[in-house]
Write a protein that binds this ligand. Structure first.
Ligand SMILES: Cc1ncc(COP(=O)(O)O)c(C=O)c1O
Ligand SMILES: N[C@@H](CCCC[NH3+])C(=O)O
Length: 497
């Protein structure tokens, strides 16, 4: 292997650092964090029976590699744990035609939170009656698509939305159709232990009807009195990436209380209780998420106890996992382009390394905004080989024109990492591709599903021609260079010396 001009990266072993002590083996794949099929074969990372260098050579980098067995296995774990309930896959985490088909084949329901997610699922042949539509600002067009296609539920989020929906529902009923089934989303006033931007059940945010102010009850009573709407149940979602079950249990307690209030006010016994998603996953080895089986047991117990206390029949439960299905089974492969040891000096705050080794890869915040947006933590490994070189504390950054363009803030990599090496970032299946952008006109990476040694591109790489096609001036101008439009072979993995 050719030496890097900067020499082996600075080890930073002189000073304690934010990343703690380096692990004894930098190549190890913690099964907690990596996809179920991940293994090292001859030192190289294999996913779904495929070597990452082959995947990178065939599809380019950055590349999302989705372990189909992991994705579908986690969906099945929820379906088994909630066998007496409905499991809705929250498609905002990651949706494409193939995923919609897997979810349909595997018997789950699907949540859409925009008209376009709904349209995509319908276009992929997802059964309309198993789809629920969310959203705090559904337009008339989105509501019309939901009503006309006969989806399972619309989850009502505001009084304005009820006003918008009623005429559409009345038109359907007048034409001989059934009333439109709806749920009321209640804001239950729980402070979920997660990042502020992904907590959704405290009072001061935009989702749902407040339980505390009485709006949730008012909305329920109003909907029950609308003959063209059928209120089938209540909904609550407290946030995302939540590890302890206490928040879900508290939410269940409160929303069952609302079921009781609705019964008292109207005599109606609502049949469904959707407790939302938000189940956390392990991004790092020390993360300890709850299992679907655990959540199921606890939620069932709380709901049964609360219903018994209020003398209500136990409603049918539903949950909406997104991240916990899609997140852990996907990794992002990047190629290292430049490595820059930046001397910080010894005067920094405790925990600041003497040298920050910036390892730049060929993607960044356009394919994973989560570190910049939520200060999320990720881990990654040198994927094309293992190395016995001593550890160096590194910061893995993207290629965008932003100093906040960080993928992995602090982690140990072998000090002989080189331009041309592949890095694999774990647990990028949820809210990475789906939140991708074209910032700096970087192109959205492809998604390749791997299983039993077979790789299938389920979403192709966006091309510069795709982007030019949107531009009034450039629509008919050929993209200038195949080397930019498509990853050039000399940049593809495998061309390393
Ligand atoms: C209503 C609703 N359901 C389900 C989810 C899925 O959340 P997660 O991916 O954390 O399971 C979300 C996102 O937070 C949501 O807003
Ligand atoms: N986008 C968030 C989760 C939001 C879930 C939708 N309410 C994340 O990446 O963690």
């Amino acid at each position: 292997m050719r030496a890097h001009p900067a020499g082996p990266l600075h080890g930073n072993l002189q000073q304690p650092t934010a990343a703690g002590a380096p692990p004894s083996d930098l190549g190890v794949l913690d099964p907690h964090v990596w996809p179920r099929s991940a293994e090292r074969v001859g030192g190289e990372l294999h996913l779904g029976g495929r070597a990452v260098t082959d995947l990178a050579r065939e599809h380019g980098t950055p590349l999302f590699v989705l372990d189909e067995g992991d994705f579908r296995g986690r969906a099945a774990d929820f379906a088994d744990a909630f066998a007496d309930a409905d499991v809705h896959y929250a498609s905002k985490a990651f949706l494409c035609g193939q995923v919609a088909r897997w979810i349909a084949e595997d018997g789950l329901h699907l949540d859409a939170c925009s008209g376009n997610e709904l349209a995509l699922a319908l276009a992929a042949g997802f059964p309309a009656e198993r789809i629920a539509l969310h959203g705090n600002n559904k337009s008339l067009v989105e509501l019309r698509l939901a009503v006309d296609s006969g989806i399972g539920h619309i989850v009502l989020d505001s009084f304005d939305e009820i006003d918008r929906l009623v005429p559409l529902a009345e038109a359907r009923v007048a034409a001989g159709g059934p009333p439109v089934p709806v749920l009321i989303r209640a804001t239950v006033g729980i402070e979920a232990h997660t990042h502020e931007f992904i907590a959704t059940a405290h009072e001061d945010q935009k989702f749902g009807f407040s339980l505390a102010t009485g709006d949730a009850l008012t909305a329920a009573v109003r909907v029950i009195r609308e003959p063209a709407l059928q209120l089938t149940g209540l909904h609550s979602h407290i946030g995302s990436q939540i590890f302890d079950t206490a928040g879900f249990e508290a939410a269940a307690h409160r929303v069952v209380g609302l079921l009781g209030q609705v019964h008292q006010a109207t005599g109606e016994l609502l049949a469904e209780l959707n407790l939302g998603g938000g189940f956390g996953i392990a991004y790092l080895a020390e993360d300890d998420p709850v299992t679907p089986a655990d959540v199921a047991v606890r939620l069932r117990a709380v709901v049964a106890a609360e219903c018994a206390a209020l003398g209500l029949p136990v409603p049918r439960l539903a949950v909406e996992p997104g991240r916990a299905v899609a997140g852990p089974g996907t990794v992002t492969l990047y190629e290292i382009g430049t490595i820059k040891p930046v001397r910080l000096g010894a005067s920094g705050a405790p925990g600041t390394p003497l040298v920050r080794n910036y390892v730049s890869v060929d993607g960044g915040m356009s394919d994973n905004i989560r570190t910049a947006l939520y200060d999320a933590s990720y881990t990654c490994v040198l994927a094309n080989r293992t190395s016995e070189a001593p550890p160096a504390l590194c910061r893995v950054v993207g290629k965008h024109c932003e100093s906040g363009d960080i993928l992995v803030r602090d982690l140990w990599l072998p000090s002989d990492v080189q331009p041309g090496d592949l890095l694999a970032v774990a647990a990028t299946g949820a809210y990475c591709w789906s939140m991708a952008s074209n910032y700096n006109y970087l192109l959205k990476p492809p998604v390749v599903a791997v299983r039993d040694g077979v790789a299938t591109e389920i979403v192709r790489r966006q091309t510069l021609s795709d982007v030019f096609a949107l531009d009034a001036v450039l629509a008919d101008v050929p993209a200038p260079s195949p080397a930019i439009d498509q990853p050039a072979p000399e940049h593809a993995a495998g061309a390393r010396s």
